[in-house]
Ligand binder design. Structure first.
Ligand code: SF4
Length: 383
């Protein structure tokens, strides 16, 4: 009897802790939106005929300047999307979420620019050499991107160190900002190497503004899907674009972070059990899912009665954001109808199918890399 009371108490405490995490999660994004002056995506979702799955699910939740893009779409004018990534290892399901959004944006008419920032991987010590991150880019990252189904005619991928013109753009725009501004936005530390400062204050901004250069059709609305931590880049790029004749301020599209499977924060390649990699194979994925943190209770009876907390559950986000079409997982979870073991089994089935198919497309994509690589020289900088 005493033992039962103790278990009940533990279950209550666990539930309370998880409910608090849920509240914190909701408040975090609301506070950030208010503080940074971002607008909710709700209005766009209401009026746009076919918003993306990420927008409908609230993964894409806010924007800054999306009006320029909506106008370009309705006037059938060209517009671009820039979304880069750091090739410190293979892509995981957190990356996939962003690429799902890019695929949707491409279907709405965007030309997609994907800078693979192997220079950054080296500068911030994610890889030992520039060569290592360059190899990751071609061996893992680019084939995985292509395997997701991008259209080569409307996709431009470049590995920073293989497209040195990006550094010429960075030099050019570096004169349109100051170290003081870069410091205010990012907070430069004395221990930062100069490469970090040049990367943050110029190279990444050059990547955002690249589609507006003459070689790519000149000034145009540009959308940059980012996590909230990347907001400073949007601010600085907007500031610089105002100093470039006819350039249009880039818009930001803000996406939530995915929970890691280890329950220790956002999904990250640097914590191996927090992420499932797209080329990691079903066996490894199964192991991570089986031992994953969840929003459920360690006590089955308690969960049957009170339900789980899907808002903080990585299994819920995996299933809903990547595989399921409707709210079934949510409803089954909060009602206590399905418990975590069964829910995890369903996640394993879906992910196994996905990973097997991705592996086939990944192998085919290795032969198509050249079709996607940006090679156009940027001559307009020199006359
Ligand atoms: S039932 Fe599924 S969604 Fe709900 S907490 Fe458990 S694993 Fe997460």
């Amino acid at each position: 009897m005493k033992e039962n009371k103790k278990l009940e108490q533990l279950a209550e405490e666990d539930y309370k802790r998880k409910s608090n995490s849920k509240k914190k999660e909701i408040n975090y994004y609301l506070e950030k939106m208010n503080k940074l002056g971002l607008k909710s995506i709700d209005r766009f979702v209401k009026y746009y005929p076919n918003p993306s799955k990420n927008m409908k699910k609230g993964v894409t939740y806010a924007h800054l300047g999306l009006e320029t893009i909506a106008e370009a779409i309705s006037n059938k004018k060209p517009w671009a999307v820039v979304s880069g990534l750091n090739p410190s290892g293979p892509l995981h399901f957190g990356h996939k979420l962003i690429f799902d959004e890019l695929l949707w944006l491409q279907k709405q008419g965007a030309e997609i620019f994907i800078p693979i920032t192997n220079d950054e991987s080296y500068i911030v010590n994610k890889t030992k050499t520039i060569g290592e991150s360059r190899k990751n880019a071609y061996d893992y990252v680019i084939p995985s991107i292509i395997a997701m189904g991008f259209d080569s005619k409307k996709t431009k991928i470049f590995v920073a160190s293989d497209y040195p013109d990006i550094y010429n753009v960075a030099i050019e725009i570096s004169k349109k900002t100051t170290l003081n501004k870069v410091n205010k936005v990012f907070g430069i530390k004395e221990s930062d190497n100069p490469g970090t400062i040049f990367y943050r204050g110029a190279i990444q901004l050059a990547e955002i503004l690249l589609p507006q250069y003459e070689e790519f059709g000149g000034p145009k609305p540009t959308l940059v899907p980012v996590g909230i931590d990347q907001h400073p880049y949007i601010l600085l790029s907007r500031d610089i674009s105002e100093k470039k004749e006819k350039f249009i301020s880039p818009a930001g599209l803000y996406m939530k972070f995915l929970y890691g499977f280890d329950g220790k924060g956002k999904m990250s390649a640097s914590r191996k059990d927090s992420a499932i990699f797209l080329i990691g194979g079903p066996t490894k994925a199964k192991k991570i899912i089986k031992s994953s943190f969840t929003g459920g209770s360690p006590f089955a009876d308690f969960q049957k009665k009170n339900g789980g907390i899907p808002e903080i559950c990585p299994i819920y986000t995996l299933r809903t954001y990547h595989f399921e079409k409707d709210d079934t997982v949510y409803n089954e979870c909060i009602s206590g109808e399905v418990l975590c073991g069964e829910c995890k089994e369903k996640a394993i089935q879906s992910i196994t199918l996905y990973l097997e198919n991705h592996k086939i497309e990944f192998e085919k994509a290795k032969n198509r890399i050249e079709d996607f690589i940006l090679k156009k020289p940027l001559k307009s900088l020199f006359y």
